[in-house]
Write a protein that binds this ligand. Structure first.
Ligand code: GLY
Ligand code: MN
Ligand code: MN
Length: 454
């Protein structure tokens, strides 16, 4: 069964030195009372196993003549399963998830000493899950106390993320295909939202349209909490309250993403609530768009992350100067940091299983060079908060960010979210050309088909 997960395991094991790697699934988090937050598997755990249930452990063994993958899972329990449905179980872990061997999760700690016995090296993520660390290292210590029986445990602990995160940084063609689907679904959500926005609506209604389309089109969940921020709310970078009423003169910033196959899209569009850009928002918007286009144009193999950042920053600083927000030459504004009250984040981030995906941005003090298969967001913005004394009066209450997802290819780049309008005229034309509300009349949904068998 050569699944995407089996391929990843082979690559991971090929890069491991002799030893044993142990991983634990993400914990279940209580929301309130006896209700839990929706469960989402840990990205590293899922990357290697594809296993989505909680309460699991994965063990990888590598020696000169043997490579083994062992899963410990929540066993089937007919009484419990009446409430929560059937679990994968021990047999399913072998049959459907490619484990060489599987055991009930309650046996993990008892079997661990055998798995670690006389192994030179333990791969264990440290600093993330202190309870798990303590339990595993406790078993290592026990082995060492048995020296007279000829036992020893691993002497060396390596964080497996040094391998995994390097793997996750470069997407395989199969991963790119999933990410493209996530981007497709996300763009469809934005198209719907752009045609649903009306003055007087609440931000939460726009968020609901985005998320409705994501789920309707098969996304597992959102990549992060949806941001719908009208007017001055857009100057709060991670505004998620989404409860203000949108005025006809406002711009509304939507930053959202759908997750498909554990890969996250992340798009931002800032559009006029009325459907037509007006000054001064239009001018601010145009500078951000130019900055974004300049930054995207630098993405290619061999370019550094810093070059992408600076290409966008240069145009933002030019815009701040031209608009009279900051005085001085563009270069001075860039170097002095005088732009920071209005642009306080970096140009973008790696994108993958986590929206702010893993992987280094610097190596040996040098900004990392882009390679084919890497995916990053490019998302400049200008923010003029009501509470920012440095913001000129005319600009207060305007926040603009434009964000696309960009794959580095052999000969340059591919913007995975390019279809979604962002030029001023394109946005206006798109918003004017139809109403999402027409599209949701029950008649258009089609005949309801029965999906469960009786
Ligand atoms: N949605 C968070 C970000 O754009 O980084
Ligand atoms: Mn982003
Ligand atoms: Mn975003």
């Amino acid at each position: 069964m050569d699944t995407i997960f089996a391929k990843r395991r082979r690559r991971f094991l090929a890069r491991m030195q002799e030893g044993v790697a142990v991983f634990r699934s993400a914990p279940v988090c209580r929301r309130n009372g006896d209700v839990d937050h929706p469960y989402r598997q840990d990205s590293d755990f899922h990357y290697l196993t594809g296993f989505e249930e909680p309460g699991a452990y994965a063990v990888f063994e590598k020696s000169r003549d043997r490579r083994r993958f062992v899963l410990f899972v929540e066993p089937e329990d007919p009484e419990q399963d009446v409430w929560t449905g059937r679990k994968v179980g021990v047999d399913g872990a072998v049959r459907d998830y490619g484990a060489d061997e599987a055991f009930p999760n309650r046996e993990f700690l008892d079997r661990l000493p055998d798995l670690l016995l006389n192994r030179p090296r333990l791969y264990l993520a440290f600093g993330r899950d202190p309870d798990f660390e303590r339990e595993v290292l406790g078993r290592v210590e026990t082995l060492k106390s048995e020296a007279r029986k000829g036992h020893h445990g691993p002497w060396e602990v390596v964080d497996p993320r040094v391998i995994l995160w390097d793997m996750r940084l470069r997407k395989t063609p199969a991963e790119v295909a999933s990410l493209e689907r996530a981007c497709e679904v996300t763009m469809a959500g934005f198209e719907a939202a752009m045609r649903a926005i009306r003055p007087g609506m609440r931000e939460w209604e726009v968020a609901a349209v985005l998320e409705f389309e994501f789920r309707r089109r098969g996304a597992s969940r959102v990549s992060f909490e949806t941001i719908c921020a009208a007017g001055a709310n857009a100057a709060t970078l991670h505004y998620v309250a989404n409860r203000s009423r949108m005025g006809a003169g406002d711009l509304v910033l939507m930053d959202a993403g759908a997750e498909v196959d554990f890969l996250a899209a992340d798009i931002t569009r800032t559009v006029p609530v009325s459907g037509r850009f007006t000054e001064p928002g239009r001018t601010v918007y145009s500078w951000v768009l130019r900055a974004q286009e300049a930054a995207i144009a630098t993405v290619r193999p061999g370019a550094t992350y810093r070059e992408v950042h600076e290409a966008g920053l240069r145009v933002l600083c030019e815009g701040l100067r031209e608009m009279g927000v900051v005085k001085g030459e563009t270069r001075e504004i860039m170097e002095s940091g005088a732009y920071q009250p209005f642009f306080m984040h970096r140009i973008g981030h790696w994108l993958g299983a986590d929206v702010h995906d893993v992987g280094p941005y610097f190596r040996g003090g040098e900004s990392i060079r882009l390679e084919p298969g890497m995916v990053l967001t490019v998302e400049p913005g200008l923010y003029f908060s009501d509470a920012n004394p440095a913001a000129p009066e005319w600009a207060r209450g305007i926040g603009v960010r434009i964000e696309d997802d960009v794959l580095v290819t052999r000969d340059g780049r591919r913007v995975l979210t390019a279809r979604l309008p962002k030029a001023v005229e394109d946005v206006e034309r798109f918003m004017a050309a139809g109403s999402w509300w027409e599209g949701v009349r029950p008649a258009s949904i089609g005949r309801v088909r029965r999906t469960t068998s009786r």
